[in-house]
Design a protein around this ligand. Structure first.
Ligand code: NAP
Length: 507
């Protein structure tokens, strides 16, 4: 049994007091304990502000980029070992483990490259100088500098590698030290990664601290230069956003929460076409990859009414081919859910949706004697507008098939009933249909993904979050924004309007 430690104040801390037990979701055997008792969180923040912050802020973007490349290299060197840890502790198949770990390495590497591109400077300019006086002698420019605080990152259980390191990459490149708190059910993998980050020794003291367990009273000590970036459920996000100290001191908060992502098939798509094949493959991938525990996974599948039975049959046949079982077995395509509470939530969610439709395959019942397994489940809605399908995320291998008229605007209106999403995807070879859909769906989504025969062969799936493009979404999705190349740094930078003699302004 592993005993996870926190890395604070430059050393590993063994928890005092209560410990949470982590369980292998395949065998239900306890595998680790963790806790954060005995940590002085005020001192943790001071250590980051006093040591990590100045050390990072004193480096150029290129130098910080090199630090990220070093972290990426250290994790890559342990990739095989980390994949095994993920399989054992998070119930991921080998493919799902790689998705998380390679996503982390890829994002770090991307931001390392961005640092190199930004070069020797320590600040960024937002836009060009503007003339403010009669002549350009009196001008202004927007300057972005690292804030002199700490970035506290509260991460969800479903991406212990990628979720933690995409946030860390942006903050560290911006010049701000981080305190990382993983979701407890899968903290074993996050802790193993934290060990590599610490032991490779490339980061300045205080730049990276790691809490295995709860945050104690840490949020009470955040101040005006600090930032909290949270990923998890809307309920926890709302609680943290309303934390009295964060409200009183105007601490920056970014929330990445849940989302009822949708895939929409347009009426023009021929069932024999590449676009149709991509649609079926992507829906099945999203439902089953990481056992549906992906914030970007499709939860609602909109299909013109007259294509509903064809699509249902295609999806049911494809889902029947997904081998569910022990993730360590090479033939397995889908492992268990990550925890018992996940299993309970997903079963309750399936039962809730089934009351408003018909189960086409799967269901809430047990499928193996041991482990937190649930079958891939497709539910056909009686009424596409039924709020049951637009109100609550079921965070597992579950999707609902909803009929609609085939009209682009109606599709977007239905998709928007989700109340704000991370991503929605549409499949059409009709440019006018795709554009009409995109313009109507965009205000409610952080990302709109348009498929057609023209891009099918080289498309990366809509569930994949790319560092070049922003991630986040309005409303239910938390209202936050991450990544998107340089845009991902702005949460950690202070933008200041600098006005004065043109010759005194930075260029
Ligand atoms: P969660 O229960 O809300 O927990 C998220 C994180 O918040 C965990 O680290 C948790 O720690 C911590 N936490 C819970 N209560 C807290 C409190 N009072 N103070 C400080 N921290 C607290 O969510 P989850 O079950 O881990 O993750 C699943 C959810 O995340 C899904 O709804 C999914 O859609 C969403 N998600 C969103 C994105 C995105 O990018 N938008 C990405 C991934 C996941 P403990 O684990 O120790 O309780």
């Amino acid at each position: 049994m592993e005993r996870l430690q926190s890395h604070v104040l430059g050393r590993w801390h063994d928890a005092a007091g209560d410990l949470a037990t982590l369980v292998d979701p395949t065998s239900e055997s306890p595998i680790a304990v963790c806790g954060s008792g005995g940590i002085d969180f005020r001192a943790v923040l001071a250590f980051a502000r006093d040591q990590g912050g100045p050390a990072l802020a004193g480096l150029s973007f290129a130098e910080r980029g090199k630090l990220l490349a070093g972290v990426a290299g250290a994790i890559h060197a342990k990739r095989d070992e980390l994949i095994e840890v993920s399989i054992r502790s998070a119930g991921t198949t080998r493919g799902d483990a790689k998705f998380d770990i390679d996503g982390a390495i890829g994002t770090l590497t991307y931001y390392a490259g961005l640092g190199e591109k930004l070069g020797a400077r320590t600040y960024l300019l937002d836009g060009a100088q503007v003339q403010l006086g009669r002549t350009p002698r009196f001008s202004g420019v927007h300057l972005c500098v690292p804030r002199r605080g700490v970035a506290v990152h509260v991460n969800a259980f479903n991406f212990p590698a990628w979720g933690m390191l995409e946030k860390a990459a942006c903050a560290l490149l911006a010049g701000v030290p981080v305190v990382e708190k993983p979701g407890t059910p899968t903290a074993l993998l996050a802790w193993r990664i934290a060990r590599e980050v610490v032991e490779h020794g490339g980061l300045p003291a205080g730049a990276f601290q790691f809490i295995a367990g709860s945050l104690g009273d840490l949020l009470d000590h955040l101040g005006p230069q600090d930032a909290l970036a949270f990923t998890g459920s809307s309920a926890t996000g709302a609680k943290l956003r309303g934390h009295p100290n964060l409200v009183r001191r105007n601490v920056r908060v970014n929330i990445e929460a849940d989302s009822l992502n949708a895939a929409v098939l347009a009426p023009d798509v021929d069932p024999g076409s590449e676009t149709f094949g991509l649609f079926v493959n992507n829906v099945v991938l999203d439902m089953t990859q990481k056992t549906g525990q992906k914030c970007t996974a499709v939860r609602r599948v909109l299909v013109p009414g007259d294509a509903l039975s064809l699509v249902r049959d295609e999806l049911v046949a494809a889902l029947a081919r997904i081998v569910v079982g022990d993730p360590a077995d090479k033939a397995t395509r889908m492992g268990p859910l990550a925890s018992k509470s996940q299993l309970d939530d997903v079963r309750a969610g399936i039962e809730r949706l089934a009351r408003a439709g018909t189960i086409a395959c799967g269901g809430a019942g047990p499928i193996r004697p041991q482990g937190y397994f649930v079958a891939p489940t497709l539910i056909v809605a009686r009424d596409g507008r039924d709020p049951a399908f637009h109100a609550e995320e079921v965070f597992g291998p579950v999707a609902a098939l909803l009929p609609y008229s085939g009209e682009a605007r109606e599709a977007a209106v239905l998709v928007n009933l989700g109340g704000g999403g991370l991503v929605c995807s549409a499949y059409s070879n009709d440019a006018a249909w795709n554009q009409a859909f995109a313009l109507e769906a965009a205000p409610w989504h952080g990302r709109v993904w348009l498929a057609s025969d023209k891009m099918a062969e080289q498309a990366l799936p809509p569930g994949m979050v790319l560092p070049q493009m922003v991630h986040g979404g309005p409303g239910r999705a938390g209202g936050g924004e991450e990544l998107g190349a340089e845009r991902g740094l702005s949460f950690y930078l202070q933008r200041t309007a600098l006005q004065g003699f043109q010759g005194h302004l930075p260029t």
